[in-house]
Ligand binder design. Structure first.
Ligand SMILES: [Fe+2]
Ligand SMILES: [Fe+2]
Length: 275
């Protein structure tokens, strides 16, 4: 895919939204680990993505490259669409009723508010880049694995994630480019990758810990996520984390498969509007 602002279309999508009653927490490929992971991610981005947008808007005027400024604006508008759609799905998750989940979610909200108030622009832009460096790899993997096409996958959630992950790939270079344009400090970027990536994995594994016992009582043993399985989540992501820390890392080096480019075209055709 050619790089540039025009490759970051801002789509307004229309999704079928689940309710708490017809939301099965084991919605992804009948696999409780993958399902909780994606559910936790959906909750996380509801507060992370407004932080991304605010962090980018704070530094927009300092970008001296017109094409990059346009890409940052489009990145922010894509992310704004993402969290607005996730919030609609998250209502079903929270309404399902998980004691402790609302409180953990409130801590997440407070974290991002504190980051914006007390951390400087370099820290916030570094956090955005740390998050994006991980999500680009997660998006490439999830779109390759095709769990969304499994017969026991809830197609409402998979449609949401398919669109979101495709757009993460479309805007994969933006956070890296703005960080390099404004700061370019390798060691600080590496530190922020570790901080941001730990923050998301901690939140998601906390969600697993809160949700699993409730669903085991509500459904059956197949909703069990052990402490060892939560450790495996961290270990499973370690190669991706290490990759983002390598001195030669650049999202410009990814080969995006033709199937994902075709997905971008299909999503634009299905969107309510594209700008
Ligand atoms: Fe996003
Ligand atoms: Fe993103």
């Amino acid at each position: 895919m050619a790089e540039g602002a025009l490759d970051i279309p801002v789509r307004r999508m229309e999704f079928d939204i689940p309710t708490a009653d017809d939301f099965d927490p084991k919605w992804l490929a009948n696999d409780i680990h993958q399902s909780y992971f994606s559910t936790g991610l959906s909750l996380y981005v509801a507060y992370l993505e407004p932080f991304l947008v605010k962090s980018m808007r704070k530094v927009l005027d300092r970008i001296t490259d017109d094409a990059l400024r346009e890409s940052v604006d489009r990145f922010s508008r894509q992310e704004a669409q993402h969290y607005m759609q996730h919030e609609r799905f998250n209502a079903a998750i929270l309404d399902k009723g998980y004691p402790g989940l609302e409180a953990r979610f409130a801590v997440l909200k407070a974290d991002f508010e504190r980051f914006l108030e007390t951390k400087g622009d370099r820290w916030c832009v570094g956090f955005v880049e740390g998050f994006e460096a991980l999500t680009t790899q997660m998006a490439l993997r999830s779109l390759r694995e095709l769990a969304r096409e499994h017969p026991k996958t809830d197609k409402r959630f998979s449609a949401l994630f398919e669109w979101h992950m495709a757009e993460e790939i479309e805007h994969r270079n933006v956070a890296y480019d703005i960080y390099e344009h404004l700061y370019g400090d390798y060691l600080f970027r590496a530190k922020m990758c570790l901080i941001a990536q730990s923050h998301i994995l901690k939140f998601i594994t906390d969600c697993m810990k809160i949700m699993s016992p409730v669903d085991m009582a509500r459904y059956d043993e197949s909703y069990r996520v052990t402490a060892a399985a939560r450790v495996l989540v961290w270990l499973g992501f370690s190669p991706m984390i290490v990759k983002t820390l390598m001195p030669g890392y650049s999202p410009h080096d990814y080969d995006v498969p033709d199937t994902i480019e075709a997905l971008s075209v299909r999503l634009s055709a299905e969107a309510k509007s594209v700008s």
